[in-house]
Design a protein around this ligand. Structure first.
Ligand SMILES: Nc1ncnc2c1ncn2[C@@H]1O[C@H](COP(=O)(O)OP(=O)(O)OP(=O)(O)O)[C@@H](O)[C@H]1O
Ligand SMILES: [Mg+2]
Length: 137
């Protein structure tokens, strides 16, 4: 699917968030600036949260609990080892009845459960974004 504007990326995420269920894990991949955080903002909104979503790059995980389901927003970028993710409570969070969204999930793909849904975003030459479902190679 082609997303022509940041608003369309947000809407794509919102539509996804609206149909997510407890236990779902969404893995967002793609190069720097592809639109992963923008999509995550839409996902959080689609789950009914009114929170201001910011990238958890420096804090590893942000939690949003004011929606239909709690959302745990991770960003694996800048974390050198999967151990840092585990230390942030990864296993306990996966056991929670919420939704987990992970930017840069492909950095530590083995941490993701088998049922995770993988999406790859990338910028096209005209500046729009392309998103497709599936694990990156
Ligand atoms: N469909 C789109 N068309 C044009 N610009 C977009 C689109 N979607 C998102 N953007 C813009 O791209 C920029 C980067 O988006 P974003 O921060 O979500 O990327 P990211 O993949 O999270 O980057 P990072 O890898 O640094 O975490 C933002 O300015 C955002 O508004
Ligand atoms: Mg980001």
């Amino acid at each position: 699917m082609t997303l022509k504007t940041p608003q369309q990326t947000w809407e794509w995420g919102r539509a996804l968030g609206a149909v997510l269920a407890a236990g779902d894990v969404v893995a967002l991949c793609g190069p720097l600036g592809a639109g992963k955080t923008q999509a995550a903002k839409g996902i959080v909104a689609g789950l009914g949260s009114g929170a201001e979503v910011t990238s958890p790059t420096f804090t590893l995980v942000h939690e949003y609990r004011d929606g239909r389901l709690p959302v745990f927003h991770f960003d694996f970028y800048r974390h050198e080892r999967p151990g840092a993710v585990l230390a942030a409570g990864w296993d306990d969070i996966l056991d929670e009845p919420g939704v987990v969204v992970v930017e840069w999930a492909d950095l530590f793909p083995d941490l993701l459960p088998a049922h995770a849904r993988w999406f790859f975003l990338e910028a096209l030459p005209d500046g729009s974004r392309h998103v497709k479902e599936g694990r990156p190679q």
